[in-house]
Design a protein around this ligand. Structure first.
Ligand SMILES: [Fe+2]
Length: 337
């Protein structure tokens, strides 16, 4: 996994993407990605039995799923996890596209081929409607599979490259990037039940389509307080304090898939005041960044304060003060299903 740092424990400093090491507490926590399904049972079979995740039904029509990296982080009390949150709805109104996929890292090219063969053979069992051919783009080797809910899943061998290595190396055209400090610790995983993917598989990234990666970059950095890096010209990877990233790809506004709030990224902040502060910052720049909407703050006794915003690229973000401990505790209960 890349070049490990000398300290194998959680990093006290992480790479900013701009050639510096920074304190992760200066960033928000990109914590949850939501997606829609018409069949939670089928989605659960895919996530658990194929992708090696653990799922918990936590409310009517809602299921949270953690991969092995999130499980490891939760079990050691590290709050920088990323989990998926499936929302059951009667009908998929916005089928997802290639630029809205969830990506899993696996151990080798042979492993990619092995997993793909199983996906093809057991497509019906796992509710898959299409399995694309393998490709070797952007230094990784992998394939996409599309489930019957029109969610896209990527299985790829990343050749040891982690998101933190991208952030450490800085922009593809940054001056002096070879001398940037590297913070790229190995990513330890917990074990989950046997699945189609091997024990080394984990969720590394989500994806979003951008009209113009340069135009949105400072919104992510200065307003939302995420870190960003442009490791290849069309891409903008963004992450919070954790090692999970969202890869934004800029192929022009026409390639953008319209989204509904069921497909959103959730940023967790500490306390209702932090939600209000962030909303004020967002509200101030609505015109500057062409934001399509910014909701009022909603208060919920269980879920905390939250608001949602929609970027110029039609991407939904929720900012919430839902306590991270509550998310962790969901996975400590015996699953209700
Ligand atoms: Fe990907």
């Amino acid at each position: 996994m890349g070049k490990p740092s000398e300290d194998a424990t959680a990093p006290t400093r992480i790479a900013s993407g701009r050639g510096q090491l920074i304190d992760p507490s200066s960033l928000v926590h990109l914590a949850i990605g939501t997606f829609a399904t018409t069949d939670l049972q089928a989605t659960r079979r895919l996530l658990e039995n194929f992708l090696g995740m653990e799922c918990v039904d936590y409310a009517a029509g809602r299921m949270m799923a953690r991969d092995r990296r999130a499980k490891f982080l939760m079990e050691r009390g590290d709050p920088a996890f990323f989990v998926l949150d499936a929302i059951e709805i009667p009908k998929i109104l916005r089928p997802q596209a290639m630029l809205n996929h969830w990506g899993f890292s696996v151990a080798s090219e042979a492993e990619v081929d092995r997993i793909r063969e199983i996906a093809v053979r057991q497509a019906v069992d796992f509710d898959l409607k299409r399995i694309l051919p393998t490709t070797g783009m952007h230094g990784s080797y992998g394939f996409y599979m599309i489930d019957k809910q029109d969610n896209w899943w990527e299985i790829e061998f990343r050749k040891g490259v982690t998101n933190d290595l991208y952030f450490s190396r800085g922009d593809w055209n940054a001056e002096g990037r070879d001398s940037f400090p590297v913070a790229n610790p190995p990513l330890a995983l917990a074990a989950t039940s046997a699945a189609v993917v091997g024990d080394e598989a984990f969720l590394t990234h989500g994806t979003m389509a951008l009209g113009d990666a340069d135009a949105s970059r400072t919104f992510y950095e200065d307003i939302l307080r995420l870190r960003t890096v442009r490791h290849v010209p069309p891409a903008l990877v963004t992450a919070g304090a954790g090692d999970f990233g969202v890869v934004g790809l800029s192929f022009g506004a026409k390639k953008i898939q319209d989204q509904l709030p069921e497909n959103r990224f959730v940023i967790l902040v500490d306390g209702d005041d932090a939600v209000a502060d962030l909303r004020a910052r967002v509200q101030d720049v609505t015109e500057t960044y062409g934001l399509l909407s910014v909701s009022d703050v909603q208060a919920d006794e269980v879920a905390g304060a939250s608001f949602v915003l929609r970027t110029a690229d039609r991407i939904w973000f929720e900012i919430s003060s839902r306590p991270r401990q509550r998310v962790i505790e969901l996975f400590e209960q015996p699953s209700r299903h």
